[in-house]
Design a protein around this ligand. Structure first.
Ligand code: UD1
Ligand code: UDP
Length: 375
């Protein structure tokens, strides 16, 4: 009689939104090639179309799709639906490790469901903090809850590691890995430009814009829209390209405020590669996105952050990123300085890599392999 081979340890990755999928893609690719581990992927689909764009680009085929997104979902709805769907799934699959990324409601709810099912949690992009639970809302609390539950923490930077240590996290459970978004970015930018959006550009300089944060819903978003309108009027040689997030709290007011403004191009969310190509050819980026604050410095693109705080201070310290807030006058002033003054522009446009070297996924999977005794 021959003994059954030992069961492979299962790593279950759960994610639900566009940025989580982009940042998990390099990790999933590595996990797939680990012969000693079984990699399972479950998407909550907290996002639908924007998630599917990433899944298809990176050829990620989820083993399970909870298909949770509803139009205009509330935080409570997405949390309870994710908890309700994930709990029986964890009970059924009994993974040896849950891998989550970042600070979305999917991240937090999956961590909590794992805690209830007594499944250990490892957290990718651990330790980002503003220190203020209200900014960003609800992400600061989502990531703190995830830290409390997780038993392994993959911190992207030394600063993130220091934040975790300040909260009493055991130093032996933290590894500084770099951010996996840089792995993803470096992989796509070296590919030939593909499916670039054809836009009726009027000038030679391009400002890329994104905005979607809950703190900016309402009046701040209108301030941002006002600033874009001012810049488009003031600089006829500049085009502002804005892939509009599908959240109706963003899509509806932004399209109402800016449709038809000469020089402002409102487009649908782009696939990752065309978006990275747009970043690479842009003069300047205006955004409240976390991921773009990490990517743009690697491309040497100045970023004006449409927020008053950031959990990503490294690029601000390096001088490539500046906080301007969602304030019309400040946005116009700072963007004008960069558009008018080549010396100031050059000073800000230096390429730096505070968020990673493209090998974060390798480090993460190395630690997981060791943790699970997978050779
Ligand atoms: C979520 C995350 C945020 C992350 C952002 C990335 C939470 C609470 N928020 O915010 O941390 O930075 O994703 O983009 O986890 N929608 C679509 N199609 C899509 C995606 C969204 O129609 O593909 C619409 C739906 O009406 C949906 C709404 O946007 O109900 C809001 O989506 P939700 O995931 O709740 O919040 P986001 O603002 O996208
Ligand atoms: N991105 C994309 N298409 C777009 C806009 C952004 O692929 O039209 C990418 C961007 O390069 C970054 C990520 O999506 O990697 C950021 O996602 P988002 O702004 O939704 O979330 P955040 O980073 O704020 O959590």
């Amino acid at each position: 009689m021959t003994a059954n081979p030992p069961r492979k340890k299962t790593v279950l990755s759960v994610f639900g939104t566009r940025p989580e999928a982009i940042k998990m893609a390099p990790v999933l690719r590595r996990l797939r090639t680990e012969t000693g581990l079984r990699s399972l992927v479950c998407v909550t689909a907290q996002h639908r179309e924007m998630l599917d764009q990433v899944l298809s680009w990176f050829e990620i085929r989820p083993d399970h799709d909870l298909d949770l997104m509803r139009d205009g979902q509330t935080l409570t709805e997405i949390t309870t639906r994710a908890l309700g769907a994930l709990t029986p799934y964890f009970e059924r699959e009994r993974p040896d490790l849950l891998l989550v990324q970042g600070d979305t409601t999917t991240t937090m709810a999956a961590s909590l469901a794992a805690f209830y099912a007594r499944v250990p949690v490892a957290h990718v992009e651990a330790g980002l903090r503003t220190g203020d639970n209200a900014y960003p809302y609800p992400e600061e609390v989502n990531r703190r809850i995830t830290t409390v539950i997780a038993s392994r923490h993959f911190a992207p930077t030394e600063g993130a590691r220091a934040n975790l240590l300040r909260e009493g996290v055991d130093p032996g459970t933290i590894t500084v890995t770099g951010n996996t978004v840089i792995d993803a970015l470096l992989e796509v930018v070296k590919l030939e430009p593909k499916r670039a959006p054809r836009l009726p550009l009027r000038g030679k300089r391009l400002i890329l814009v994104t905005a979607h944060r809950r703190e900016n819903f309402g009046a701040p978003l209108l301030e941002i829209a006002g600033a874009l309108r001012d810049l488009a009027e003031r600089y006829p040689d500049v085009d502002l390209v804005y892939p509009v997030h599908r959240n109706p709290n963003v899509d509806v007011p932004v399209r109402k405020a800016l449709t038809g403004v000469a020089g402002v191009h409102l487009i649908d969310p782009l696939e990752y590669k065309p978006f990275a190509d747009l970043m690479a050819i842009s003069t300047l980026i205006l955004t409240d996105s976390g991921g773009i604050q990490e990517e743009a410095p690697s491309l040497g693109k100045p970023v004006l952050v449409l927020r008053d705080e950031t959990e990503r201070p490294e690029a601000v310290e390096a001088g490539v990123v500046k906080l301007v807030g969602p304030h019309r006058e400040a946005i116009v002033r700072e963007a004008s300085t960069l558009l008018n003054d080549p010396a100031r522009y050059r000073a800000m446009a230096a390429a730096v890599n505070p968020y990673g070297d493209g090998h974060a996924a390798e480090r993460i999977v190395g630690v997981i392999r060791e943790m699970l005794g997978a050779g």
